[in-house]
Design a protein around this ligand. Structure first.
Ligand code: PHE
Length: 455
């Protein structure tokens, strides 16, 4: 343990894991998925999936990580089930794909910070031209990847913990302030209605699939990031309580981000179905309306905090392949980090070019029944987030319940939670891991994949 490094305080893990969970997924992706998924009905499903389907997976991932103190693949071998390593390797591959495009969007967020502090509020209207300019965005993405790489090369404690302690509360305060401001604007209530009054006729399989993928993506589950962070956790930590806190914080922040955004969208008369550009198109106008310097300060702070939220997520994404290579191949951490980061950056180049620069990547594929094509970056997101993460959730709960066995999982959960046995938490986790996750996740996944590919 000492050699691998660990979190220095009990709060350290919770903050780092919450830092992994809270990111672009909450503030960039969640609102636009809500917009595309028809509003409140999507929100309701997402919240339900987080608590019923994702939470038990989070508990399981932390437990496996802490028990084995190994990376996402090595953990299975250490428990004595070498064949199951493949689940970990699948997760590592999936995380690599996610980071490859996530870093591009993080580059947008950082680029917006620069634009806003130089007073360019018109950047919202120039979103298309901005993402098309691959040299500029590529530059920002490079800065972002270098920062991530530098921090990961120094190990998980220290930086990540300290940063999360200050940045998360600041981000929440900022969003709360903007929610209040949003409510004062004309047409705000139309936005609130869209966001909170569900129209269940809007639910179809592709909406279910996105809500499910979003639940896993937002909570960093299904690919071993939380196994990896769990591997640095102390034996006296209460896993169930930590998982509950992380889930609540993550869902809460996503919820607030939506509550902030939709009044803004409606007050400016924009389209809720704006896709990946939604926050980038909507927010600069809002900051401009605050007036000169105040707009620069609040807008600049917002995009800076968003960049930091993204950073604590990219760190956790990079840590997954890195800890695998360090543990399994005994490669020096510093060396491993730089090589892996370079590979991931290169894998991300098509995503960088898929937002206007390359015609064929921008109009990459047209799904059965869709009326417009989907770009390469979004396509990768669908495969990784909406298919492989839930698949990871299915496999990991089947593994924990039926291969590693429930008693062993429970034993791990009891450490740090003496009253676990016989508690409501035990029944909730038990039902989730043994039945609900494997069964319901499989049904949802199979149906939605069939629909995507066969209409
Ligand atoms: N949960 C992160 C977010 O919401 C993204 C992420 C996914 C991080 C998977 C790690 C693993 O932005």
């Amino acid at each position: 343990m000492a050699q691998r490094g660990g979190f220095s305080s009990r709060l350290g893990f919770v903050l780092a894991a919450a830092g992994s969970a809270v990111g672009l997924g909450n503030i960039w992706k969640f609102p636009f998925e809500v917009g595309q998924g028809g509003g409140a009905a999507f929100v309701a499903m997402y919240v339900l999936f987080c608590f019923i389907l994702a939470f038990p997976v989070m508990v399981t991932e932390i437990a496996i990580g802490r028990k084995t103190q190994l990376n996402a693949a090595g953990a299975y071998t250490a428990l004595g089930f070498k064949k199951w390593r493949i689940v970990g390797i699948l997760g590592i591959a999936c995380g690599t794909l996610i980071l490859s495009y996530y870093n591009v969007v993080a580059g947008w967020a950082f680029g917006y910070f620069v634009e806003i502090i130089t007073g360019n509020f018109d950047i919202g209207n120039q979103f298309g031209a901005f993402t098309k300019d691959v040299l500029t965005v590529g530059g920002y993405a490079t800065v972002f990847m270098l920062t991530t790489t530098f921090i990961v090369s120094r190990g998980v404690s220290g930086g990540i913990e300290k940063a999360a302690k200050i940045l998360m509360p600041s981000l929440i305060a900022m969003i709360l302030g903007l929610v209040i401001y949003a409510m004062t604007l004309p047409n705000a209530m139309k936005g609130v209605e869209f966001y909170l009054v569900p129209d269940f006729s809007k639910i179809n399989l592709s909406v279910i699939r996105s809500a499910l993928g979003q639940a896993f993506f937002s909570l960093s589950l299904g690919m071993g990031a939380i196994i990896t962070y769990g591997s640095y956790v102390n034996k006296n930590e209460n896993i169930v309580a930590s998982a509950a806190f992380i889930t609540l914080a993550d869902v809460g922040i996503a919820f607030l981000a939506g509550l902030m955004l939709f009044p803004f969208v409606f007050s400016q008369g924009l389209d809720t179905n704006g896709g990946p550009g939604l926050i980038f198109i909507t927010l600069p106008g809002v900051f401009e309306s605050l007036g000169g310097n105040l707009g620069v300060i609040i807008g600049g702070a917002f995009f800076l905090l968003l960049s930091f939220a993204a950073l604590t997520s990219t760190i956790s994404l990079l840590e997954v392949p890195v800890s695998y290579v360090v543990d399994e191949y005994k490669i020096q951490r510093k060396k491993a980090v730089w090589i892996i980061a370079l590979i991931i950056f290169v894998i991300g180049l098509p995503s960088l070019m898929a937002n206007g620069y390359s015609e064929s990547l921008t109009k990459f594929i047209t799904y059965v029944g869709a009326d417009s094509p989907t770009d390469f970056m979004t396509f990768i997101g669908h495969i990784a987030n909406d298919t492989f993460l839930p698949l990871g959730g299915i496999l990991i709960t089947i593994f924990a319940a039926y291969v590693w066995k429930k008693e062993n999982l429970n034993k791990e959960l009891e450490a740090g939670y003496p009253n676990f046995k016989g508690s409501f938490a035990e029944k909730y986790v038990d039902l989730g891991v043994r039945i609900i996750c494997p069964l319901i996740l499989s049904i949802l996944l199979i149906m939605s994949v069939l629909e995507t590919f066969f209409g």
